[in-house]
Ligand binder design. Structure first.
Ligand code: C2O
Ligand code: CU
Length: 463
């Protein structure tokens, strides 16, 4: 091969796909890679339909899988090429408050055409995800989200394949476009925007080949606005090894898995469907099962099943040692359709439900429908906090705390696993506890994305 002449080199540069963005620029010490929110097209429906106009990170659904080593620092320049202000929240990551991505609380919304530098250290290995936190109910319904994986330093489970599977629920029109009605009060006061089309990694029928008795790590993320998935496996057998990014003390044999909006589960499974057969992840709806991901078994990986996996290495979340002296708060969740609530405080005065609904509110936390001026609780760094949450509504809610992982506490049961999002059934009361070791202002809200702006949002201060 003859070496390229200067002229040919120039031609390659101009015409080639090796875009100039990857070339180091003179005079700039560090080029921090951008992550661009922009419009795009995605084949969400089968190919007999046209592509769906979406909003996505890098214009794709899901956005790129970001990977970072545990303890390493991560930086990305968020560039907003959308027509709406936006931001990025790194869901579940115990990072600096200033990087939490909540407009009005931790930063200003990034206006169209502007950018924001996100830079943080990833303290815990695990499966996390990123999404906007401005008009989240619209921006996520249009496809803005992606996974961020923090790799274990050592002690990662021995697997043949590591697969990130983002499960979403879309409301599409007959010609496979994102249906309107994004702000409609019916959804907001009922279950949220439940869709009519489920995708895995943005595909109608996600599929891959696998081998008999190969071992897979499946990282499941529920990225739906409001749908709760009830999942089971067929032809795959194994364990749950982590929930919401956090390792379980002991892998739990997997039967059924409820995945509420924003929740994650890391599974380690063996392919037990036979050669020539298929294995599936199945989503159950009213007793009917639908395969949402398929694995075709071609060939054999090994002669016998591998032994059960060891637990993943422990997280760095502090232990709950001061439960008896903890600071406590109560959170009464009220409102919604078919609820008992007649009204709540809105703009500083008592308002009736009818008036609330015309102002886009349907729910209340402790009798207040607005994002309160004052925190639910203000604690010193290092204090243990207990929050009792009572769901006095006719609907389930997926409660998410920013910046911390918590455990469920109950007098008659062992401490629950570490979580950042907990599903509360209608009528249910649960108590959670955590060590408030991360200073800043942190949201506590329902992750049914229509419920948060319509009343289910509050915050805590760690000083
Ligand atoms: Cu996943 Cu406040 O969000
Ligand atoms: Cu809710």
């Amino acid at each position: 091969m003859t070496p390229l002449s200067r002229r040919e080199f120039a031609k390659v540069l101009v015409g080639g796909v090796a875009a100039s963005a990857v070339l180091p620029r003179l005079g700039r010490a560090v080029q921090i890679a951008p992550l661009v929110a922009q419009e795009g097209l995605a084949q969400l429906a089968p190919t007999t339909y046209r592509e769906t106009a979406i909003w996505g990170f890098e214009g794709t659904v899901p956005g790129p899988v970001l990977r970072v080593d545990q303890g390493a620092s991560f930086s990305r320049r968020f560039v907003n090429k959308l027509s709406q202000a936006s931001s990025i929240h790194w869901h579940g990551m115990r990072i600096d408050n200033a990087m939490d991505g909540v407009p009005g609380l931790t930063q200003e919304a990034v206006r169209p055409g502007d950018e924001f530098l996100y830079r943080f250290t990833a303290p815990d290995a695990g499966t996390y995800w990123y999404h906007p936190h401005n008009r989240t109910w619209e921006q996520m319904a249009r496809g803005l989200y992606g996974a961020i994986i923090v790799e274990e330093k050592d002690g990662a489970p021995e697997v043949d394949v590591d697969e990130v599977l983002l499960i979403d629920d879309w409301r599409l029109t007959q010609d496979a476009q994102i249906a309107g009605g994004l702000g409609n009060m019916h959804d907001w006061s009922h279950a949220g925007r439940i869709g009519n089309w489920v995708t895995v990694n943005g595909q109608a029928s996600w599929a891959r080949d696998t081998r008999y008795l190969s071992r897979l790590r499946l990282r499941l993320v529920n990225t739906a606005n409001a749908r709760i998935f009830n999942l089971a496996l067929a032809g795959l057998e194994g364990w749950v090894v982590a929930l919401d990014g956090m390792p379980l003390d002991k892998p739990e044999p997997l039967e059924n898995l409820t995945l509420a909006p924003a929740q994650r589960a890391d599974l380690v499974v063996d392919v037990t469907a036979e050669e020539g057969g298929q294995a599936f992840i199945v989503s159950y709806e009213r007793d009917k099962g639908y395969a949402i991901a398929a694995f075709s078994v071609r060939g054999t990986e090994r002669a016998a099943r591998m032994p059960a996996p060891d637990p993943l290495p422990r997280s760095n979340v502090p232990d709950l040692t001061d439960l008896a002296t903890a600071r406590s708060a109560r959170l009464l969740m009220e409102g919604g359709a078919m609820g008992r609530m007649r009204g709540a405080m809105m703009n500083g005065r008592m308002s009736e439900m009818r008036e609330m609904v015309s102002a886009g509110k349907a729910w209340a936390f402790n009798g207040v429908a607005d994002m309160p001026d004052r925190p639910l609780i203000d604690v010193a760094r290092g204090e243990t906090v207990r929050v009792t949450m009572s769901n006095d509504t006719a609907w389930p809610h997926a409660m998410h705390l920013h910046g911390h992982h918590f455990r469920q506490v109950a007098s008659d049961a062992p401490l629950g696993p570490l979580r950042d999002t907990l599903l509360l059934d209608r009528g249910e009361t649960v108590e959670i506890a955590f060590v408030a070791d991360n200073p800043g202002d942190w949201l506590l809200h329902c992750h049914m994305l229509e419920h948060a702006p319509s009343g289910m949002m509050t915050w805590l201060r760690v000083s």
